[in-house]
Design a binder for this molecule. Structure first.
Ligand code: AGP
Length: 345
């Protein structure tokens, strides 16, 4: 079995492990955040980890009400800037824990008085040395270059933080159901394998989502790009209307991630506009109203609360990337010219 596919399938078990192992650590951080009345969060990450940071931005802003900014690591690494980050939580996300620029961002933040934390899959990695709190993905070794289980376990840690910091009732119970929801969603494997055949030769596409699933559009597009060597461009469904939709003419492939929730009605509106331009739409959703608008529809077989939907909806995105890559004769486990750890400054 492909390493990437195997790792996609490991996700329910790995997420269950993270929820078991990291809950009390995350609760300890949440208690300190409340005690110190931390009012601002900065996140630093690259690649797939940056998409986990985008999820964190939406979730913490929606559930906790604190402003969350995504750091530009080059501000520290190229421009030697010093930011006033006292009374701020700065979180670095790096699966390998080696991301030089993320480590430097945390180090600079700590020097200016910030509380620091990291999410990583490697316990003894450099990022842990500059973090007051370390949260481990517990994902086991990830061999495929395309990150899958380290992404969803990072999201699970972010979701734990949202639940503990906000203290809203019922969130932890809902989060604990995610492994079984993903297990059921994995049943889409065959359906996606046959649906993607039609798209074997595409060279470009748009990948669209809205609101808290912005991370899903970003991550699904990255997975397709790196494993199939096509130009998969992610957009917010709102931003797409501000100009990029002009690229859509008859047959232009558009992937729409449209789970139920606050963002859903705007995705329906977008789908109708795309249909009027005769776009070739692949719709990943639960609701038949929008599924019926697609040339291909991938019906997600579970109900999931919107705040948790990024953990579930990326799974069809990962499976799509895997099957598309295989059907194009690429090697999804070893994309050309990439290595597992990329160091940038
Ligand atoms: C994932 O599919 C990509 N190959 C890439 O984004 C990767 O996740 C990233 O380079 C990992 O960096 P990190 O170890 O700092 O998280």
């Amino acid at each position: 079995m492909s390493v990437m596919l195997n790792e996609i399938y490991e996700q329910p078990q790995r997420i269950a492990g993270v929820l078991d192992n990291e809950g009390s650590n995350v609760a300890a951080l949440a208690a300190e955040l409340k005690r110190r009345d931390i009012q601002y969060v900065v996140l630093a990450a690259r690649g797939t980890s940056d998409h986990a940071a985008v999820y964190a931005k939406y979730l913490l802003e929606i559930m906790v009400g604190v402003p969350v900014a995504l750091a530009a690591p080059s501000v520290f690494t190229l421009y030697d800037a010093t930011l006033k980050l006292n009374n701020c939580l700065v979180v670095g996300i790096s699966q390998s824990g080696q991301a030089t620029d993320v480590v430097q961002t945390l180090s600079a933040a700590r020097a200016s008085g910030a509380l620091t934390a990291c999410i990583t899959n490697i316990a003894a990695s450099p990022i842990t040395q500059v973090s007051d709190y370390t949260f481990l993905c517990n994902a086991g070794e990830e061999k495929a270059v395309a990150a899958t289980k380290t992404y969803t376990t990072s999201l699970a840690i972010v979701a734990l933080l949202g639940a503990h910091w906000s203290g809203r009732p019922g969130m932890l119970e809902s989060l604990n159901r995610v492994p079984e929801l993903i297990q059921s969603t994995l049943l889409l494997d065959q359906r996606i394998g046959s649906a993607c055949e039609r798209y074997r030769y595409i060279q470009e596409c748009a990948v669209l989502a809205r609101g808290i699933n912005q991370c899903t559009a970003l991550e699904a597009a990255l997975k397709m790009t790196e494993t199939s060597y096509l130009v998969a461009k992610p957009f917010s469904g709102a931003d797409f209307l501000h100009g990029p939709i002009a690229i859509v003419s008859e047959g232009f492939p558009c992937f729409l991630f449209a789970p139920d929730g606050r963002a859903y009605p705007s995705m329906v509106e977008l789908a109708l506009k795309l249909r009027s331009r005769n776009a070739e739409m692949v719709v990943i959703a639960r609701n038949s109203e929008i599924l019926d608008l697609g040339a291909r529809s991938i019906e997600v077989p579970v109900d999931v609360e919107e705040w948790l939907s990024p953990l579930v909806y990326i799974v069809p995105g990962q499976l799509w990337a895997y099957h598309l890559s295989s059907s194009r004769g690429c090697d999804p486990d070893n994309p050309r010219g990439l290595s597992k750890v990329t160091l940038t400054r």
